[in-house]
Design a binder for this molecule. Structure first.
Ligand code: NAD
Length: 334
């Protein structure tokens, strides 16, 4: 098949080329994000391969169908950015990478916890200036603290295991409790109880209509005073404006973000010579107790190799059977 690969960076191309040992498909690599202005570049493609910030709404999908595209393969687990109902109506099959490395994201989440708690981001900047004072860098022992995990699927479970290793108490919230987390000592409680009792809250649920702004002003007000919040799931699970208010009032003690609701206009690009127009995002960057990274939690060599391998498997299976190896269907929207 001829596959147009959108939002490609050199590391994506390398991983796909390494995984593509059989050379069954022809890949056309495009740096551009897939949206209404770039959809025409899929001309001649049988399939498109897309990433987290490509626009896959009904209009783009209609454009793809008109060009003869029959398959959309996502290089990610989340599919909140795809209009699945439109894809089904247009006869475009959708595949994804349901699991590549839960370790990559869970370990990165732990890195954000440690960075914020021990102020490593500030210490690093200080030492480079020749400032070795410790004032303002005081942290706390993770051992014995309570960590609340919202969403205990593959990544949440892995994160529970890591935090159990630190000697933390675990609280969990998930409509589908995971016995492996319970075996680690996690206690499932309603969300308000988790928020009220946790020193650290980490979000690992998918973005669905039910989880959009799951952590809003009311939820933040219900958190333990001065608690830490980490979001490595999807930006819109957190209301960032409400988080700014909670940080200003001190309700929220620190915030670690690897995802942001409006990240599509920012992330995966070098904007260092440009003015950031998003005032909410810019305000977050000014705060000493906020660490923001540009959706890099997944970014390990192991995860990239796994993503490329599963993407190839989706393409091969579709060619052989008409269905990708890991299909996403409209019924999956919970
Ligand atoms: P998963 O499907 O294994 O687990 C998600 C869990 O969330 C499930 O147990 C589900 O029952 C639960 N859930 C659903 N609705 C919920 C709700 N309303 N409240 C609480 N829990 C709810 O998915 P995963 O592989 O663990 O990934 C979790 C999320 O992490 C993905 O959906 C994706 O958005 C995000 N992610 C981010 C990165 C990154 O680089 N930052 C990388 C991969 C995945």
């Amino acid at each position: 098949m001829r596959v147009a690969v959108y939002s490609t960076r050199p590391y994506d191309r390398d991983a796909i080329e390494r995984a593509s040992t059989q050379r069954r498909h022809t890949f056309v690599y495009l740096e551009a994000r897939l949206d209404t202005t770039t959809v025409a570049t899929a001309t001649g493609a049988d399939a498109v391969c897309a990433f987290v910030n490509d626009h896959l709404d009904a209009e783009v999908l209609r454009g793809l169908q008109r060009l003869g595209v029959r398959l959309l393969v996502l290089r990610c687990a989340g599919f909140n950015h795809v209009d699945l109902a439109a894809a089904a109506a247009l006869g475009i099959a959708v595949g994804r990478v349901p699991e590549y490395s839960p370790y990559a994201v869970a370990e990165y989440t732990a890195a954000l916890v440690l960075t914020l708690n021990r102020k490593i981001h500030r210490a690093h900047a200080r030492v480079r200036e020749g400032n070795f004072a410790l004032d303002g860098l005081l942290g706390f022992d993770l051992h014995g603290r309570t960590v609340g995990v919202v969403g205990t699927g593959k990544i949440g479970e892995c994160f529970c295991r890591i935090m159990a290793g630190f000697g933390c108490h675990l609280l969990a919230f998930d409509p589908r409790p995971n016995p492996a987390c319970e075996a680690l000592g996690a206690r499932y409680v309603p969300l308000p109880e988790l928020l009220a009792a946790s020193d650290i809250v980490s979000l690992h649920c998918p973005l669905t209509p039910q989880t959009r702004h799951l952590i809003d002003a009311a939820a933040l007000a219900g958190m333990k005073h001065g608690a830490m919040l980490i979001n490595t799931s999807r930006g819109a699970v957190l209301d960032a404006r409400a988080a700014i208010d909670a940080l200003k009032s001190g309700t929220l003690g620190s915030l670690g973000l690897d995802v942001y609701e409006e990240e599509g206009d920012l992330f995966f690009r070098d904007l260092s010579a440009e003015v950031i127009h998003d005032d909410v995002f810019a305000r977050l960057l000014t705060m000493p107790n906020v660490v923001v990274t540009g959706h890099q939690a997944f970014f390990t060599e192991d995860a990239l190799a796994a993503i490329a391998g599963v993407t190839l498997a989706n393409l091969d299976a579709f060619e052989a059977t008409g269905t990708p190896a890991h299909p996403v269907s409209v019924e999956r929207i919970v």
